[in-house]
Write a protein that binds this ligand. Structure first.
Ligand code: SAH
Length: 349
């Protein structure tokens, strides 16, 4: 690590801010020593806020039917080689009931942009979930919708919304998405969600096609300005039935490096060690926590559909029961000296 890199890391840890050029430099000039210093600083600030607690959220993958055609995603509309499924409202609610019995107090309903989930349908599910489990936080991750729709869902009881920005560079966004989708609309959605009062999560893939240190620097700048409550990042992993099927995956090393940087940019941010991170390395999620992450999201989807929610190849946890997933993660966190906590896991602002 050269003196300049050390100076950037110490300044970031102190001031939670660097310029776009400095972020690019920090990424380009990284080495093992820089990564070690960054993770040490990141873990210290996380520990000061959250102690040894790792929050957990139960993930329910409610549909793999999608009207969009994102070039990287295995459940894109053009993929004719997957079996499509949609959980019924009753199935979704019973996944949540099972999760509640296992101790979960926050659920994430995620899915493709499936038009069956009209505002009426989704509001019904959200309000019934809140009625059955008033002590739980409900997070939606159902893609781009109108402001009115986000407002209705919020009024029905949704607390949080995850919508990764995917990349903060409009030209890069256009290379990852089909012509009908736009960076402007993604940003419009994120701003609407925030204004309505949701706790909002953004995020991006590490190592997505065409991404360089410049795009990543813009992602970091965006996170600095937007100050999300949550930020989901994980490596891009190719799916064989997509246009990016022959691209290489993002690396563990760069993902961990960025997790540490994001922790330092926005110390209280909820930062998941994602399933994609666990997919590229058997201890990926543990390493993510040790780099500064503080959330894990075990899968509560019915075992019968898990393999079908294949955003990328070789996804882990597709064979286990919910209880197994929860206990496996609990043991993993204990093995590195952390404690899985089962409450709503609100951001400590
Ligand atoms: N339809 C919802 C949920 C999308 S899936 C939405 O639009 O927000 C959740 C996230 O998985 C995406 O935001 C994307 O960042 C990630 N993802 C999709 N394909 C991936 C791939 N091939 N590798 C890694 N992550 C991927």
């Amino acid at each position: 690590m050269n003196g300049r890199t050390r100076e950037l890391i110490e300044r970031l840890a102190q001031e939670h801010h660097l310029t776009e050029n400095e972020y690019a430099e920090l990424i380009e000039d990284r080495d093992d020593e820089a990564a070690a210093l960054l993770s040490q600083r990141a873990v210290a600030v996380r520990r000061a806020i959250y102690g040894d607690a790792v929050f957990t959220r139960g993930l329910i993958e409610i549909s793999n039917i999608c009207k969009n055609d994102c070039l990287y995603c295995g459940i894109r509309r053009s993929n004719g080689n997957i079996q499509r499924y949609r959980l019924t409202p009753e199935e979704i609610l019973s996944c949540a009931d099972e999760g509640h019995a296992l101790g979960f107090r926050t659920f994430v309903l995620q899915g493709g942009e499936d038009t069956w989930f009209t505002d009426k349908a989704l509001c019904g599910i959200v309000s019934e979930l809140k009625r059955r489990h008033p002590d739980c936080a409900v997070t939606l991750s159902m893609g781009e919708r109108s402001r009115e729709s986000y407002q209705r869902l919020f009024d029905a009881g949704a607390d949080r919304y995850l919508l990764r920005h995917e990349t903060a560079d409009a030209a890069h966004y256009a290379r990852l998405h089909p012509p009908g989708m736009s960076f402007e609309n993604r940003m419009r959605c994120l701003n609407d969600l925030k204004e309505i009062g949701y706790q909002v999560g953004c995020g991006f893939m590490v190592g997505s096609p065409f991404q360089t240190a410049r795009e990543l620097a813009k992602d970091l700048e965006f996170i600095e300005a937007f100050r999300p409550d949550m930020c989901g990042i994980g490596p891009f992993i190719p799916h064989h039935d997509t246009p990016f099927g022959d691209r290489s995956a993002g690396t563990l090393e760069l993902t961990l490096y960025l997790l540490s940087i994001i922790r330092l940019i926005h110390p209280p941010v909820l930062l998941p060690a994602t399933t994609a991170l666990g997919t590229i390395h058997p201890q990926g999620r543990e390493k993510g926590i040790l780099a500064g992450a503080n959330v894990v999201m075990p899968n509560l989807s019915p075992v019968g559909v898990r393999k079908q929610y294949a955003l990328y190849d070789n996804k882990i946890c597709t064979g286990d029961e919910s209880a197994q997933c929860r206990h496996c993660l609990e043991a993993r966190m204990q093995s590195i000296g952390y404690r899985l906590v089962v409450d709503r896991g609100d951001i400590h602002k």
